[in-house]
Design a protein around this ligand. Structure first.
Ligand SMILES: [Cu+2]
Length: 159
């Protein structure tokens, strides 16, 4: 690895940079539309026959023909992620905001727009998800490589 890169410090310089008091301006808070379903996604290790368990979402490993949710383009939905383990839950093509974690208000680290949220063991994370962009089929999945490789994924269809 020693041959990858080498830095030569060629001269002295004064560091005039500083961290601003605020790193960002206030973002908009999402509000759920009325009448949209609340969807629950359970990320679990599920028995799958003798001596076998699989990483699943709502009890099912990924199948290309199965769609777990059909949100409407332009809508905001309340999605609830629950977990039996650390699962970094990633939603493709839809950004979301965390509104609650473990039955308590969202934590400072939950602020802002997310495309992935760490759901801790035996925790439930409440989110508001906004579907903008394009209609079509996308995925939600656990971002642990070992879990997504073992089918901890699901299709969502934006209609
Ligand atoms: Cu996982």
């Amino acid at each position: 690895m020693r041959d990858v890169m080498r830095f030569h410090v060629a001269r002295k310089a004064k560091d005039t940079s500083r961290v601003p008091d605020r790193l960002s301006t206030r973002y908009e808070d999402l509000a759920p539309a009325t009448g949209v379903p609340v969807r629950t996604f359970g990320f679990r290790r599920t028995p799958a026959g003798e001596d076998r368990r699989m990483w699943t979402i709502n009890g099912k490993p990924f199948h290309p023909d199965t769609v777990l949710a059909r949100p409407r383009l332009g809508s905001v939905e309340r999605w609830r992620f629950s977990s039996d383990f650390h699962h970094p839950v990633h939603v493709h093509l839809a950004r979301f905001q965390v509104t609650a974690r473990g039955g308590r208000p969202a934590e400072p680290k939950d602020a802002g727009w997310k495309d992935t949220v760490d759901v801790r063991p035996y925790e439930t994370v409440e989110t508001l998800v906004r579907f903008t962009g394009y209609r079509g089929r996308y995925m939600i999945h656990c971002h642990n490589l070992e879990h997504e490789d073992m089918a901890m994924m699901a299709n969502i269809q934006i209609t």
